[in-house]
Design a protein around this ligand. Structure first.
Ligand code: CP3
Length: 354
């Protein structure tokens, strides 16, 4: 790399298919990356994890960069995603976070207004410097022509982890809290948004070209509750992100109120597989869209994977601004060869169609 003239090393990611799609510009082919593209389905990742815990891995910028870049190079995606986790910002706020076999656990869940008052501000610049260092190292080591995506959890999904103390099926504690003390709920959401806004802006400053906000569990809400308890906060977060870096707003289960969800703003709406992509495109008009292959299709035979991928590519291509992705993250146990086949198929598809 260093043998090349400086001009060849100059960043070219502004012209990349991914950045163009984020901005709704036409592309010769549909860009593709996959949520959770770095993770347990990959042998190289599991080897790193044999030596360090997940939290240690996230807190060690060299290792985080290695894992992100190894995954990018192995599968040949059109963008890298920072290696980190949405829950790490909860630690400096005072949450006792642990990753166990069954998933993340918060040992001191937020249950009453006083718990919200006691939470500290996240102060990402002081407390999450290792994340920004991981952004810098990843940017330094990865293909200069490709963009790096930074990310955070959406205020609702983070609040649900804080209140439930971990993952949840029915989100009854979260909803009870929301209804019982809406003042404390809004105070919690505002505290999260203050931290998350700085967190994303610092990732952009450190070298992320775009950011994704993961509202993984927002689909558990009725449209009315989404509008009242979530929308103003997601909108405030997105409005606080510095101009220039495209924002991908991802949610699952949002099909019943996709237009309202998109009303939070941003450049790209990430959708899951419960909505037809053509339907999402129709309903979102000129907004760019990301998605939406069911991650379980990657357990199927190659013909099925290609058939489903082509269907999505066709539906996405009705207008500019489609980023191919899964409808949710890659599952552990997914065959790596199927992931590589999918990426190659998407990247070759338009060429064949022309
Ligand atoms: O390539 C990538 O996307 C890696 C970066 C990344 C991770 N988590 C790494 C991770 C990203 C973008 C996330 C986001 C994340 N984390 C979300 C939103 C996306 C989604 O899937 O809905 C959520 C809800 C979390 C919270 C979380 N972190 C859970 C529920 C779990 C355990 C269950 C699981 O899927 O693994 C984690 C741990 C986690 N985050 C792992 C990885 C690679 C596995 C940790 C391990 O090595 O054991």
């Amino acid at each position: 790399m260093s043998a090349h003239p400086a001009v060849e090393n100059a960043p070219r990611y502004e012209d990349s298919a991914f950045m163009r799609a984020c901005r709704g510009l036409p592309n010769a082919r549909t860009p593709v990356w996959l949520m959770r593209q770095a993770g347990r389905y990959m042998r190289e990742y599991r080897a790193v994890r044999e030596k360090v815990s997940f939290i240690e891995l996230c807190r060690t910028p060299d290792l985080a960069a290695e894992v992100a870049v190894t995954a990018l190079d192995a599968i040949g995606a059109d963008a890298a995603i920072l290696f980190s986790d949405i829950l790490l910002i909860l630690q400096p706020m005072g949450m006792d976070l642990e990753y166990l076999e069954g998933g993340p656990v918060l040992h001191n869940p937020v249950r009453v207004a006083l718990d919200v008052e006691r939470l500290r501000e996240a102060e990402p610049r002081e407390n999450l410097a290792f994340v920004f260092e991981a952004v810098r190292k990843t940017r330094e080591r990865m293909n200069p022509a490709l963009p790096l995506i930074g990310f955070c959890g959406a205020p609702f999904t983070l609040a649900s982890y804080m209140i439930e103390g971990g993952g949840s099926r029915n989100f009854e504690n979260t909803k009870r809290f929301m209804y019982a003390d809406s003042g404390a709920w809004h105070a919690l959401m505002e505290k999260l948004v203050r931290g998350l806004t700085v967190y994303l802006n610092e990732q952009i400053r450190a070298g992320a070209q775009a950011v994704q906000i993961f509202d993984s569990w927002v689909g558990c809400l009725s449209p009315g509750d989404f509008r009242e308890f979530v929308l103003p906060h997601s909108r405030a977060l997105i409005a606080g992100i510095e101009a220039g870096a495209p924002v991908i707003h991802f949610g699952t289960g949002t099909a019943p109120y996709l237009e309202t969800f998109a009303g939070a703003g941003g450049d790209v709406v990430g959708v899951d597989f419960r909505v037809e992509l053509a339907d999402a495109r129709e309903r979102l008009g000129d907004m760019a869209v990301q998605g939406n292959l069911d991650p379980c299709v990657l357990f199927a035979q190659a013909e099925r994977i290609f058939e489903r991928a082509e269907d999505i590519l066709r539906q996405g291509a009705v207008r500019p601004g489609h980023i191919f992705n899964l409808g949710h993250g890659i599952l552990p146990g997914t065959p790596v060869d199927n992931v590589k086949r999918l990426i190659a198929f998407v990247q070759e598809w338009e060429a064949e169609a022309e």
